[in-house]
Design a protein around this ligand. Structure first.
Ligand code: FAD
Ligand code: 2HG
Ligand code: ZN
Length: 530
């Protein structure tokens, strides 16, 4: 299992045995326990979905899966596991992309899927309180009749769970408008690694009474405790949503386009997403689109999806039409062509082109996924550098790496003046999803050519005034690097790469936090920390 880098010794942990299963049977109904041990003897096929991640990249080793229905049951299980030194891997919808929800050695999988009730929803305040195992799409469906939407949306919405979203601090397609879960989550209920139930299911927006512990579990990837309940502020559904899809002749037009779009659309812009040519062509090949006339697209280098969410459809459409006219009428247009959705189904098709890319990558082969924060100006450079490296190593082509592409969330970057006036002190940083497709499957020599090369490329970006040639002698460069994980987390995939984005001091204090919460190291061991 080469993918699991630097797995620390798990000699402190015990494998689940028949006596343990007997104990779990006192806590859970028999149907909530899956195990290959003789007393339960679940067929291996029934355990398989819990032991393989969404990409088919990470193969888990759990011989038992527990599916509790209540927070008290979770607490009882964890207390017992702490006593017996059994490792626990919390698992939500198992759509994570960094091998965080997979058992590395002999840890049990604790699946939250059976904890899937909405506890309360108040349409006046927009506060939703739900079990962690609720599927994101089900929550959207639940609040839709009350004219509310979830503050996050992602391609995995049909399977991922709100507890998993929170544990990975998932970003997704609405971050530009509603911000990160660090802002929208009001409170959490968490079972700590000793079994204590930490009830912080606050519904208060304002509560500055000391340390905000819930923030540690948002993005904690199940290493500090098991999220069992969530209180989250959900926004009212916008009165009008529209989108446009644009083809750009040159990559260099993306940043100027972003500035113009931001200036013209102002507060109604709710997404600005990037797709490079390779990704677009892959989407077309697998039935996404066509969204634009092929001749007009010509040799466009990349594509941008812009979404608006506003209060008045006529007003928003007028702005979008004006924007398109303005872009096409320029002396040197920033776009080759573009389309404005004319119906809900066209609106959905435009989004499908962006959201469907992750699945298309799976159809193309096995993707190595790198989810990085780097200066927008260098998105293309990073993708090209990786392709060139694979070519130089003789590993590019249908026999090895068949495609290298980029897509991602441009609008989620740091703020930038909506005009080109003035100069930002910091380069504009975006979230690039770099996908490297191994046509015939994952192979150690492919990974060795990609890593740490890619992390080094990302780690070199000093997202700081130094990039602009300013004097930064007194800064710790490690605190100003691009991120080796913008939104998917560290899991087991990137523990060895954490240091490219976090300073030694930061890692040391992360370790101390882990030690305080989980001194026995039973909670998702081997994840996040190197
Ligand atoms: P899992 O995969 O089950 O678990 C993920 C991690 O969280 C693991 O470390 C696990 O141990 C931990 N965990 C899960 N539940 C709990 C819990 N209740 N308590 C404690 N720890 C827990 N991510 C983005 O950020 N933005 C995107 O746009 C995006 N799009 C995606 C599109 C697709 C098609 C796919 C497959 C994935 C996408 N992702 C995206 C990855 C994203 O992280 C996950 O989809 C999602 O947030 C994980 O939720 P899950 O329930 O599947 O968690
Ligand atoms: C997205 O933005 C997800 O679509 C998945 O974060 C990214 O497929 C990927 O690499
Ligand atoms: Zn993403």
């Amino acid at each position: 299992r080469r993918w699991a880098h630097n797995i620390p010794s798990f000699s402190h942990l015990n494998a689940v045995n028949e006596q343990d299963i007997a104990h779990f049977s006192n806590i859970l109904a028999p149907s909530s326990i899956l195990s290959t041990l003789p007393s339960v003897a679940t067929p291996a096929d029934d355990l398989a979905p819990y032991n393989l991640d969404w990409m088919g990249k990470y193969h888990g080793q759990a011989n038992s899966v527990l599916r509790p229905r209540t927070t008290e049951q979770v607490s009882e299980i964890v207390k017992y596991c702490a006593h017996r030194r059994i490792g626990i891997v919390p698992q939500g919808g198992n759509t994570g992309l960094v091998g965080g929800g997979i058992s590395l050695q002999k840890e049990i999988v604790l699946s939250l899927g059976a904890m899937n009730n909405v506890r309360s929803f108040d349409p006046v305040s927009g506060i939703l309180v739900a079990d962690a195992g609720c599927i994101l799409q089900s929550l959207s469906d639940y609040i839709a009749p009350h004219n509310h939407i979830m503050p996050l949306d992602l391609g995995a919405k049909g399977s991922c769970q709100i507890g998993g979203n929170i544990s990975t601090n998932a970003g997704g397609l609405r971050l530009l408008r509603y911000g990160s879960l660090h802002g929208t989550v009001l409170g959490l209920e968490v079972v700590l690694p000793d079994g204590t139930i930490l009830d912080q299911l606050s519904t208060l927006r304002k509560d500055n009474t000391g340390y905000d512990l819930k923030q540690l579990f948002i993005g904690g990837e199940g290493t500090l405790g098991i999220v069992t309940g969530v209180s989250i502020l959900v926004p009212p559904a916008p009165q009008a949503t529209n989108n446009i899809f644009l083809a750009l002749p040159r990559f260099d037009n993306v940043l100027p386009l972003f500035q113009i779009v931001k200036r013209q659309l102002g507060e109604i812009m709710s997404a600005f997403e990037y797709i490079d040519r390779t990704a677009y062509d892959m989407g077309l090949k697998h039935g996404l689109g066509p969204l634009l006339d092929a001749e007009e697209v010509g040799d466009s280098e990349c594509f941008i999806l812009v979404e608006t969410s506003g209060g008045n459809n006529d007003h928003d459409l007028e702005k979008l039409n004006h924007l398109l006219e303005h872009l096409l009428a320029a002396d040197q247009p920033l776009i080759n062509t573009g389309t404005l959705s004319q119906s809900p189904s066209q609106f959905n098709s435009i989004w499908a082109m962006r959201e469907g890319l992750t699945e298309c990558c799976q159809k193309e082969g096995k993707p190595y996924k790198y989810d990085v924060s780097v200066p927008l100006a260098d998105f293309q450079k990073v993708v090209d550098a990786v392709r060139e490296r694979m070519i130089s190593k003789g590993l590019y082509g249908d026999h090895a790496i068949s495609k290298v592409m980029g897509y991602g969330h441009v609008g989620d970057g740091n703020t930038i003046l909506p005009t080109s006036e003035g100069r930002s002190t910091y380069p504009f940083v975006g979230n690039l999803h770099l996908n490297v497709i191994a046509k015939h499957g994952y192979r150690p020599e492919l990974e060795a050519a990609l890593e740490p090369f890619i992390y080094e490329v990302v780690g070199e970006y000093l997202v700081s005034p130094k990039a602009l040639g300013m004097d930064v002698d007194d800064m710790d460069p490690a605190s100003h690097k691009g991120s080796v994980s913008a939104e998917h987390g560290i899991g087991s995939m990137k523990t060895h790469a954490l240091h490219y984005s976090k300073s030694d001091v930061s890692i040391e204090w992360m370790r101390k936090v882990k030690q305080v919460f989980d001194p026995l190291n039973i909670m998702n061991p081997g994840k996040v920390l190197p």
